[in-house]
Design a protein around this ligand. Sequence first.
Ligand code: GCU
Length: 601
Amino acid sequence: MKHIKTLLFVFLLTLSTTIKAQETPFSDLLQNIDSREKTSLNGLWDMIVDPLENGYYNHRLQPKEDGYFMNAQMQSPSDLIEYNFDTSKQLMVPGDWNTQMDKLYYYEGTVWYKKDFTYTAKNDEAAFLYFEAVNYEAIVYLNGERIGRHVGGYTPFQFEVTDKLKEGNNFVVVKVDNKRKRENVPTVNQDWWNYGGITRSVHLITVPKSHINDYSVQLRKGATNAITGWVSVTNGKDGDVVSIAIPELKKTVNTVLKNGKAEFSIKAKPKLWSPTSPKTYEVVLKTATDEITDQIGFRTIATEGSKILLNGKQIFLKGISIHEEAPFKTGRVVSVEECKILLEWAKELGCNFIRLAHYPHSEAMVREAEKMGFLIWSEIPVYWTIQFDNEDTYANAKNQLTEMISRDKNRAAVVLWSMANETPEGESRLNFIGNLAEQARKLDDTRLITAALDTQAQGDDGNLIEDPLGKVVDVIGINAYCGWYAGATDTCAQLKWSSAYNKPMIMSEVGGGALYGHHGEKNERWTEEYQAEVFKTNIEMMRNIDFLSGLSPWILMDFRSSRRPLRRIQDDFNRKGLISEQGMKKQAFFTLQEYYEKENN
Ligand code: GCU
């Protein structure tokens, strides 16, 4: 027995070292695709719904060679081909399929997408197929050839296709599968609709063979008088010159490439980005063959005891949580206009902070929020009870984290990376999230690490925060639903909070449900009066938490969830929004707005 234990211990040790060994700094995502030459592949795509994955597996469940990805065409009248994209129905990309076709409202499974496009090669260029997000698993084929697979529904991925493209007509096929699986991230239960599809934009990006692949441009950690960073160049040679210019600051620095990377430091005192003045600077990166421009803000973010310091000054985060549910039409947000509507409502509420839940939202949302002066909490969907002791689940979560940080590392507005939401205490969970936090700090040591907890111990003298995860994070997020899931509304104002940690706390979720237009007594569930009362009493409670540094109540707008079937009240919507999905403001919207207007300015 002792012998088996030693063997097991050695095996676990090697496993953790192997996981550590596989760490690469960043995925090789092209940074800032807005600044790249690209052909949009958005629009209508042919589609085939394939619940049995008949287009992928034969009747022996072995992967087919002549699956739907071949986009086979009849060559002679007697040919037997039992699918045809050209005569099939179509889906709009970007978009989820659930809100585009009634038959697909509840559908979870495989849908095949096909898009034809033409390509004309230019000298000395490289080409990438870039997907901003596909939920959940995407297997991508170009002209019948498999080029790659990606899992995770909310982060971008790309495949280089330079040598696979044909001059003239090409077709790309994507097998999209949003089936929920226990080992996935998120796992099988989530309180938001499992919208499936190619939910964000698709691009064919062409860059010079030797191109600027990625870069980081930020203030030196903790300083406001030096801008530092690096530029990584694909197919660059050691000694190649890379220039970084910030015209408005009359600053240009030339540096040289070494092993594909050029580091730099610029003495400069930029005007600092903040919610009241979301100043960004045009930054121009140049090599002999490539040029990228980006709008980048500069700010410092840190904690001091239970305070959060932005640019060295204490700030109180007046926030709101947001799901990527489109206002009015519902379904996944697909346009900048929809992002702006949500952000305008948050502005109207008096917010300087938004929690993008529970997964990375689109790059457009993050960039728009930065322009409008919102501090951002960005999160990966390590949600509820995922398989913490499953190494594939860990690798998947780590990959989503790496892609999230890679995409948004140059966004000044993003100040908090959230590792998880409402996960149960336990050894493997602590290791899992601890490793993620370590990875996040390795990738980006300039931002704060957080997680939303719901593990506070409820005692006679109130709630005590002592979750061991509190040691791992810089800022502790707490989800607490006094007056809704626990306790009567009239008990909340007196509720005391204490913490085992001298760290800032953000009330990352608080709130209750109401159906817009449903009125009654304030102790009557689902009425606007009840929801407003929940906010009133919880605001009272929060006033007395001296280590509270902000809040992001649940939630800006009602959103679809298959956990919410209550007919004539929920009808598949979580009704904790301060605004209905049709844009109608509930009483509680004004309760919170008043609190933000009056306090913490
Ligand atoms: C949880 C969870 C949310 C959920 C909310 C609710 O705290 O984090 O995803 O929607 O509670 O129950 O409404």
